[in-house]
Every structure is written in C-alpha cells, then in structure tokens.
Design a protein around this ligand. Structure first.
Ligand code: NAP
Length: 314
C-alpha cells in the first residue's frame, strides 16, 4: 500500500486529491498549519474526513517539516500548501513568499536530508507566465510573473528544478492554470460570482461589486486537475507539466453564464469598482496542455460553461 502526504489537505485541491488517492488504495495523510483547530470542512464535505490521518505542520519551520516526514514516511509528497490568493499576495507579500518559497525549499531539503526515495509534487502556477496573449503557454514559455504570488511560485518552480538536477530528487512541478469547484472559497472571484448569483436568484437584492471583468482565463475543473498531479508522480522520470484546458474565456463571459443559468441578466446586478483592480494584472492567460495529453494521457473534459453549471447546481 502506498502512502501519500498531502501538505495543505484542507484546501480545495487537497480534498479532491485525498479522495482520488483513497480511491486508488493509498494510505492518505495530510497536513494543516494547526490540525487541532482546522475544521477540514472540505474533507467532511467529500465524506472522507475520517479516512485520512491529519498532522500539524508549518512549512516555514524546518524542524516541523522534518518531524512530520520522519513520522509518516510517505512514498509521495504533494505540496499544495501556502498562501494561494493572487489578490491577497499584494497585501501580504512576505507571508506569500515565505509560505510558498521557503515552504517548498524546506520540503525539498528535508527529503534530501532523509535520503528517502520520496516522489515530490509541487503546486506550480500559470500565474508565473504573466500575460500569455494569443499564444497558449507551454513548458518552454518563459516566466514573466506579475504579482508577489507569481514571483513566489516562480521561485519555488526553480527550486524544484534545481533539486531535481543537482540532487536527482524525483521532484516535479505541475504548472496549473485556474481550476474551480464548489470547494473554492468566496475570496476567489469565481466563487464570489457563483455565490452572489445563487443568492440573487433566491431573492437577495444585493449588488455584486467586481474589479476588472475583461480579463481572460483558462478555467478548468479541479477534480480532474488533481488526477494530473497523481499521474506526474507515476511517470518513469520526473518532469514539469502545464495543465490547462487550452481555452480561455473572459470574466464577463463567466458572469454572464452564471446569471443566465438562473434566468437573470447580469448587467442588472453587477457594478464595477476600479478600486478593486489589481496593481498589476494578467489580461489573458491560456495554457497548452499538449505535453500532458501525450505523456500523461491527461485531457480536460470540462470547459468554463459546464464548470459554471456544476458550481451553480451544487
Ligand atoms: P487553497 O484552497 O487555498 O489551499 C491551500 C492550503 O494551504 C490551505 O488549505 C491552507 O491550509 C494552506 N495555507 C493557506 N495559507 C497559508 C499560508 N499563509 N501559509 C501556509 N499554508 C497556508 O488552495 P488550492 O486552490 O487548493 O490550491 C492548492 C495549491 O495549488 C496552492 O499552492 C495554490 O497556490 C496552487 N494553485 C492553485 C490553482 C487554482 O486555481 N486553485 C492554480 C494554480 C496553482 P491550512 O489553513 O489548513 O494550513
């Protein structure tokens, strides 16, 4: 029986990945900064709260990381933890950099120190590419990060690449484009829109206040994106992969789809507040998942319109 350790198991991806690995017969352990306090409501929502072993681990504390790895002795480690909001990273740049870059480095160092044959997955981000414009980004596209979050993710990406090359660790980064689900917190604009559209359909008189809705993103479905993480660690060689649908839509199209699904015209319910614009933003982000299709046999099944329907109907 393989044993997996998921760092950041309380989040959206952590919960779906835990469910996937349990279905494959893994022993699944997961970490939270404070496992005594965390409600792990995503795990409860998926009905797997009692099937995973939970530990406290603070990624920026090397001792804490080392102790958990020693105790659990996992075959695979998935690093999904860290400050994950682009917007919040402009408010908390140091926390963002430390939790992502120092956190990843501590995990790599601990794996190296233990000399254990651990396979390591790191949650990279398409935010590293910056604006992709008309060209879909692939594994050879240079990084051009436009937020403290993206800078931190780019740092972690190169740390992983360096440890793979220098110390021959089985370590890889998945460069994932945005992926959504009903487990997304409302801090993220997609869930903010879905939640407001549902409340308005139920009679709420509220107005939905949003920033730049002209931005375009490549949105995928989180439960199938965690399958790509798992597949990366089953390959013969560790490599990095772009995970995306290959299609981008504007945020305005996302809003229109959400309100149309409850027979509302979004323009009657949304106002734009320029103070919500980010200091720097990505106009368009789109990925080219061709390598993942050929090498992992992975392909996204769901695009934005279906994703909105699935989030609205949950
Ligand atoms: P999430 O729901 O925000 O979960 C991340 C987990 O990290 C949280 O449950 C939290 O666990 C922990 N965390 C939060 N802030 C932290 C901090 N300041 N320091 C240390 N740990 C912190 O994120 P997700 O959507 O599942 O994404 C998983 C990973 O993939 C993240 O690294 C994210 O940046 C990356 N990613 C996500 C997307 C996406 O579209 N979802 C796209 C590309 C990359 P505790 O509170 O229990 O400690």
């Amino acid at each position: 029986m393989k044993k997996a350790l998921i760092c950041g198991i309380s989040g959206q991806d952590g919960a779906y990945l835990a469910k996937l690995l349990l279905s494959k017969g893994y022993i699944v352990c997961g970490t939270s900064r404070d496992a005594q306090v965390s409600s792990f409501r995503n795990l409860a929502r998926l009905g797997i709260r009692d099937q995973v072993k939970l530990e406290s681990m603070v990624l920026t504390d090397f001792r804490s990381v080392l102790q958990v790895l020693r105790k659990i002795q996992p075959d695979e480690v998935y690093n999904l933890a860290g400050q994950s909001s682009v917007g919040l990273s402009f408010e908390q740049p140091v926390e963002t950099l430390e939790s992502i870059a120092t956190g990843t480095l501590n995990l790599l160092e601990a794996i190296r120190f233990l000399e254990a044959p651990i396979r390591f997955y790191n949650a990279g981000s398409s935010e590293c590419f910056g604006d992709t414009g008309n060209e879909a980004a692939d594994e050879n596209t240079p990084f051009s990060p436009r937020s403290p979050y993206a800078v931190a993710k780019a740092t972690a990406f190169w740390q992983v690449a360096n440890y793979r090359e220098a110390y021959h660790l089985f370590a890889c980064s998945g460069i994932l484009f945005n992926h959504e689900s009903p487990l997304r917190p409302e801090r993220f604009v997609t869930q903010k829109i879905i939640a407001a559209a549902k409340r308005i359909a139920a009679g709420s008189q509220e107005t939905l206040v949003l920033g730049n809705i002209a931005v375009k993103r490549d949105w995928g479905w989180a439960p199938e994106y965690v399958e790509a993480m798992y597949l990366m660690l089953q390959q013969e060689q560790p490599e990095d992969f772009v995970i995306a649908t290959g299609h981008s839509y504007s945020l305005e199209q996302f809003i229109e789809a959400a309100f149309a699904s409850v027979q509302r015209n979004w323009q009657n319910h949304v106002v734009i507040d320029k103070s919500l614009y980010r200091p720097t933003d990505i106009q368009e982000g789109r990925g080219n998942p061709a390598k993942a299709k050929v090498r992992l046999g992975w392909q996204a099944q769901y695009l934005m319109p279906e994703i909105v329907q699935m989030m609205m109907s949950e």
